[in-house]
Write a protein that binds this ligand. Structure first.
Ligand code: PLP
Length: 434
């Protein structure tokens, strides 16, 4: 007979207690940090109860925490850490940038060089600009759309994430920027087009992810995304694709695989070679609005928009390390891993599965298949916690919410070991659903 909710909670609490006992230095560090940072935290996603692990160092595919435990890193900085830790080629580029002089208070060759490398790889960028984060890049893309169309309304999707103040996991939120948003239903074409057609103000832009990333790695239905693009183009709105997480899933971005042609695209994460970055761009006629040589240009400032470390590490990363071949091979490795994890779920009769594309995936603690974000809320949260704590105990670092993002330093053997650990965890908790 399946376990009661109380039994699941008791099992999860026991796992959390074991975690707390094994990690006293992380607990002490959080208490120390909390004296000056609210909750000891400066990045919300990193907190989880009873306290988050505090890492001390990383090398290649491995991390080491304050209590001396070593982990295989299957989180990869929430998809930004594609290069693993302290990759020697990137480390050399960064040392070179530092030696050449930082903070030059000027334009440098670096930004044009990285922009050229990015447009060679992602030719849909006719023109682009850099920011310090994906969040900022999304904000600037929305500002560009509002200026270009002269409209203010923006469609976003419940369950989507475009940055801290553009976070729609719970639908509308007081912590979001005060844009004039309307909300579509991800992967529900009829409901979304009905909302768009019923809008009582003209729509400036539709902003959407090709796969809901933070929303649980739910791939976008290609027909749904294409309908959105068509509606935008038929109605004078811009179609903006947020590829901050997904650009790594195909050598030329997920949009190439999906056959989409957005007016604007937003990227970030690994493109800075481990340094902070955001990129927005696309159609040259839209981006021309930012040309400061033209009277009335839209301003776009940022002290660190062209910082030399990001520009150099980003250039070297994309040309020498995350090449098109490396991209294909990493995503093939991810496809194999996800299939194997799902085979384990089936073999154990577990009410769980992994969703995702290529090298990025997320555990769903409910029977297959989650295709819409509202389904995620129905999952067995205790089971997800237990998988997370179980992986930590066995030396594998993933996100508490179940995200796995491969990095280039992980070997096939590391993936074998993760599959074996996951199988062991499910075997241990199988009595709860048997
Ligand atoms: C799809 C998407 N857009 C935007 C962002 C925000 O990027 P950043 O954290 O660099 O601000 C993220 C971050 O995870 C993301 O996944």
């Amino acid at each position: 007979m399946p376990a009661t909710t109380a039994a699941w909670i008791a099992a999860r609490d026991a796992a959390a207690d074991r975690f707390a006992t094994a990690n006293p230095e992380s607990a002490a560090q959080l208490a120390h940090a909390a004296e000056i940072l609210p909750g000891g935290n400066t990045r919300s996603v990193l907190y989880y109860p009873p306290f988050p692990l505090v890492m001390a160092s990383g090398m290649g595919a491995r991390l080491c925490d304050l209590d001396g435990h070593e982990y295989r890193d299957f989180l990869g900085e929430f998809t930004a850490g594609i290069y693993g830790h302290s990759h020697p080629v990137l480390a050399d580029a960064l040392h070179g940038a530092i030696k050449g002089g930082m903070n030059l208070s000027s334009q440098t060759r670096g930004e044009a060089e990285l922009a050229r490398i990015i447009t060679d790889r992602f030719p849909f960028f006719q023109s682009l600009r850099f920011t310090n984060s994906g969040t900022e890049a999304n904000i600037m893309a929305l500002i560009a759309a509002r200026h270009f169309t002269g409209r203010s309304r923006v469609m976003v999707f419940s369950g989507a994430y475009h940055g801290g103040p553009l976070s729609f996991g719970g639908g509308a939120s007081a912590t979001n920027l005060p844009f004039d948003f309307i909300y579509g239903r991800y992967n529900d074409t009829v409901a979304t087009l009905t909302t768009l057609d019923a809008s009582d103000a003209p729509v400036a832009a539709i902003l959407v992810e090709g796969m809901l990333g933070a929303g649980g790695c739910i791939p976008g239905d290609p027909a749904f995304l294409s309908e959105l693009q068509q509606w935008a183009h038929a109605n004078g709105a811009l179609f903006i694709l947020d590829e901050v997480m997904t650009s790594r899933l195909h050598p030329h971005g997920l949009q190439s695989a999906l056959g989409l042609s957005p007016d604007l695209t937003v990227m970030g994460k690994y493109l800075g070679g481990g340094m902070p970055i955001g990129v927005f761009g696309g159609r040259a006629d839209i981006m021309a609005r930012f040309d400061p040589r033209v009277a009335g240009a839209v301003p776009h400032a940022g002290t660190f928009n062209n910082n030399v470390m990001t520009m150099q590490a980003g250039a070297v990363g994309l040309t020498q390390v995350f090449t098109e071949e490396a991209c294909q091979s990493l995503n093939a490795q991810g496809e194999r891993l996800r299939a194997r994890l799902n085979t384990v779920c089936t073999a154990r009769g577990a009410p769980a599965h992994y969703t995702g594309i290529g090298s990025i995936m997320n555990l769903q603690c409910q029977p297959p298949h989650v295709t819409r974000p509202e389904q995620v809320a129905r999952e067995n949260a205790e089971m997800k916690d237990m998988v997370f704590f179980g992986l930590i105990e066995r030396g594998f670092y993933t996100a508490r919410r179940g995200l796995i993002a491969l990095n280039l330093c992980l070997s096939e053997g590391d993936c074998d070991d993760l599959v074996a650990a996951f199988d062991d965890i499910l075997a241990e908790m199988a009595h709860l659903w048997a």
